[in-house]
Write a protein that binds this ligand. Structure first.
Ligand SMILES: [Zn+2]
Length: 271
């Protein structure tokens, strides 16, 4: 199946983000096409939405791919990156070692000021494996198929065919349907990718993401940022990404700041 998505998925290789990405990858003897093939629209969209983790500091190990397609590949990457575990409240969370050190430092600072930084929804706030991302995908994908079949927008044959597709192809097919207003988010009002990550693509798989309960507290966000943790995924408000950089270094990494709901996001500048 070939899927053509809208024009803004066409990469501008001269944009600040692509230039920074190219530089970051060349250090690891990789090219942009190695991690995100140009003809794979889902991978490109993932790169534009979640790409900040690919231009982080030296202590972070970004994934070798925009979209993992197997649990084995994810497990091998996570072993290579190294897992550091900590117990916060009743939950044991796991992150890359540098990300964990910085998080615990931020948490100590917050607690010293009478604040706190705690995981949202338990262990899932940090490391996830491939099966977790598939389960989350199905939690949106399957109810939406039923919903749109009931509404008469999809036939029983169509939903059956979609259910049987390999997961990666389900994502392409869903993005195609969403162009016609057949949305797969939880409330069927917007793109599924604003609701959850496509399977195999989450920054949580990279062990460089943490969902904090206290994201509405401006001081907590400031403390996290001072320790290299920034918000990099637009519209995912509790989600922080470990970049291991100072804020003033971010523009040179091809990231631009955008304010939404009074919160500052550093997102790939692909324009
Ligand atoms: Zn998250």
């Amino acid at each position: 199946m070939t899927v053509r998505l809208v024009d803004w998925f066409m990469p501008n290789l001269a944009s600040p983000f692509y230039r920074a990405l190219n530089e970051a990858l060349s250090v690891r003897s990789l090219t942009i096409d190695d991690i995100c093939p140009a003809d794979d629209d889902v991978a490109r969209r993932v790169l534009h939405d979640y790409g900040a983790m690919f231009v982080g500091g030296k202590e972070t190990l970004p994934p070798p791919l925009c979209v993992f397609t197997s649990g084995e590949d994810v497990a091998a990457f996570q072993r290579r990156a190294g897992k550091s575990a900590a117990k916060i409240g009743n939950d044991t969370i796991e992150l890359q070692p540098a990300a964990m050190n910085a998080l615990l430092k931020a948490r100590a600072t917050a607690r010293g000021e009478g604040l706190n930084i705690t995981p949202r929804d338990g262990a899932e706030a940090a490391r996830r494996d491939f099966a977790d991302t598939v389960r989350l995908w199905n939690s949106r994908f399957l109810p939406a198929l039923d919903h749109w079949q009931e509404r008469g927008r999809l036939t029983a044959d169509e939903t059956q065919r979609l259910r049987r597709l390999p997961t990666a192809e389900q994502v392409s097919a869903v993005l195609e349907l969403e162009k016609d207003g057949i949305f797969f988010s939880k409330d069927f009002s917007k793109s599924v990718l604003y609701s959850i990550a496509a399977p195999g693509t989450s920054q949580h798989i990279a062990m460089l993401a943490f969902d904090a309960n206290e994201f509405l507290d401006a001081r907590v966000r400031e403390i996290l940022a001072a320790n290299g943790w920034f918000q990099t995924v637009l519209s995912d408000l509790p989600h922080f990404t470990f970049l291991g950089l100072k804020e003033e270094q971010l523009p040179a990494r091809g990231l631009k700041s955008v304010e939404v709901n009074g919160q500052k996001f550093w997102i790939p500048d692909v324009a």
